[in-house]
Design a protein around this ligand. Sequence first.
Ligand SMILES: Nc1ncnc2c1ncn2[C@@H]1O[C@H](COP(=O)(O)OP(=O)(O)OP(=O)(O)O)[C@@H](O)[C@H]1O
Ligand SMILES: [Mg+2]
Length: 259
Amino acid sequence: MRTICFANKKGGVGKTTISTHAAYLAAVRGNPPARVLFIDIEGQGDATGFFGVPRHGIPSICDILSDGVPARDIIRKTKYDNIDIIPSNDELDDYVIGLTKDQDIVQQDVLLNALKGLEDEYDLCIIDCPPAYNFLVLSAFRVADSAVVVSIPHIYSEQGVEKFNERVRLAQSLNPAFHIDGVLLNSYRSCSSSHHSIERIEQDTGLPVFAEKIRYTAYHLEAAAESGRSVFEQSPSCGFCRDMENWFFPYINGEAEMV
Ligand SMILES: Nc1ncnc2c1ncn2[C@@H]1O[C@H](COP(=O)(O)OP(=O)(O)OP(=O)(O)O)[C@@H](O)[C@H]1O
Ligand SMILES: [Mg+2]
């Protein structure tokens, strides 16, 4: 099982949109289709809703983190055959707020332990991180092989990057193989300020940037969300879908071009 998390401290950059549609591509369009485990560690439960799983009244990631329940007892089927999920809901936010500093360091291994024994049951595990650098994100970095940083032009912040690099180093002290695959630019429009933001990201972070970008496609994303479907089912030939396919398949095969 290869584990990839989608992260950025900035909210609303498209982590959930990209991670859920990456899971869809791997499981439905993959050749061969991948068996995907999706882990939602965001209190909003947006990904949980996307996959047609109820946000309340069922066990969730919170039961794993707070009580050490094995992941196997929490995993649910989604509306897509090859995608299972560890769902999330707003109990997670309450749980995080209630933790003390020391507790959250100890907690970083809980997800790792809960996932033991599942390695052969899935080909790919995708984790949708919250917009934070808290222990949830560190727990994800602890279990992941790598992370994709989803970013959008214009809102880039140097301060966030320093903190991010510190988190990556901390994760690597426990999980030395963990690394950042690259920055994936989302909501991209081809204008000169977007070009400048690519240069700035490279300069300030030293992180590689994927050459393939995901273009701004609000209309089709909104229509898909309203119909409760993925964009691939709603508008398969829209720019978002073409960009996602052009990025995801080379990326997952280790052939992504970098800027
Ligand atoms: N390529 C895109 N073009 C236009 N709109 C987009 C694009 N990607 C995402 N969005 C929209 O941006 C909003 C935020 O996206 P999303 O929820 O995926 O971000 P997020 O990083 O997961 O947010 P949070 O940090 O709150 O978890 C959503 O309304 C989504 O439809
Ligand atoms: Mg999200």
